[in-house]
Design a protein around this ligand. Sequence first.
Ligand code: C2O
Ligand code: CU
Ligand code: CU
Length: 487
Amino acid sequence: MSPAAVPRRRVLGLLGLGVAVVGGCSVAGPGTARFDPRRGEVLREPPELTSTGGRLAVDLVAGPGASVAGRPAAAWGYGGTVPGPTLRVRPGDELAVRLHNRLDRPTNLHTHGLRVSPEGNGDNPFVLVPPGAAGDYRIPVPADHPTGTFWYHPHAHGHVAEQVFAGLAGALVVADGPTPGVAADRVLVVGDTTLDAGGRPVTLGPPPMGAGRRGELLLLDGQLQPEVGAVVGEVQRWRFVNATASRTLTLALADHLLHRVAVDGITLPGPEPVTAVRLLPGARSDVLVRPDRAGRWSLTARTAADGGMGMGGAGPVDEVLATVVVGGPGGATAPFPVLAAAAPSPAGAVTVRRRLVLTGGMGGMGGMGGVGQGGMGQGGMTFGIDGRPFDPERVDQRVAAGAVEEWTVENATPMSHPFHLHTWPMELVADSAGTAPTGVAQDVVEVPAGGWARLLIAFVGVTGRSVYHCHVLDHEDAGMMGTVAVG
Ligand code: C2O
Ligand code: CU
Ligand code: CU
């Protein structure tokens, strides 16, 4: 069955189903025995599936039973692995996915960051694959699509946080071929989850709606603190994907600079040396790394506290994500490869200016923007945009095809939100926190707590209806999502 063939009414009818069904999960309680992970194993990157002859046709089976951290487990994976296989395509290829749903609740597939059609059985967030069914996706990647790092994950509203947290995510690389001049081109998917002693994903009830859920295990390619091999003087490319449900991560390598070469799949004009890379939920950063001496160096991840809400709770924590084991003496210091910068975002006069307001607050407490409007999260908090929760039947923004618009996204809540728009990338112009714009289009942009972000968006390339939302996935599931129709 084609996912697009599911009538919309039926789809909507399916949305509530998963709530009552908790098979395959376990509910966390105090003193619950925990999963016993292995740590320090050699990094194994996800299996890679590469297009041939202009096409990548894959069967992705979404279901429980995936290993995590070197142990057999019942995490939810695509094809039995966490993360799922890396899908590698060239610009101009067709990505054909048959998604088999072996979960007991609806799921679907989203190709995060790809500038592809959101219509029909393309990258369509409005269609669902019911439990036990399969759906066929056909995703033609435009010939002029930027080459870079993207990812895929479920987008069934109300189930997204739980499914990504349980392991369903994978990288999607658009590339003309191997990166020239690097000793390794690594896909590094950062995820987090909590498993019970039997290796089943733990259901957080009620989810911590403030900052979103945070897993006990912070994983790199499904492993706990793996060892990444390198040799002095060589250059490696690391493609970081933040596939956690809600963490904003700051990544750093002890005693080394990271040379950032791409943001959200868009190649920068040249490498930018940075001491750390900040990665919003859903965002990507590609960096070049060139170890300068032998040793063991920690790659650490700092998680921002409480989504900027300052509610007391735990302060930011540094966790070891991996150990980079650098052998020597190595050869001559390799030069950084020159990567072709992405074409600049299409310029053009701004024809429409819009204002959107992220709204929500504590149910019943009063005093916060948009209180009582928007969807009710299970933690007693409401989340919406412009004071109302997501409604897949509604069109919230109508945009003329080809228009260049300026969107000012305001934040009437006391926590920051990573704002994500499908299909059409956004260039940050300015924000209330004085953040330096990256100069390239991004697909996730932070809207500071109580502040605003001004974005330039060129609605070029494809037309159709899709969504924008907060990428703290619990917020999205609770209603902080809207629809945009371009055409
Ligand atoms: Cu990565 Cu609509 O999401
Ligand atoms: Cu997306
Ligand atoms: Cu949010």
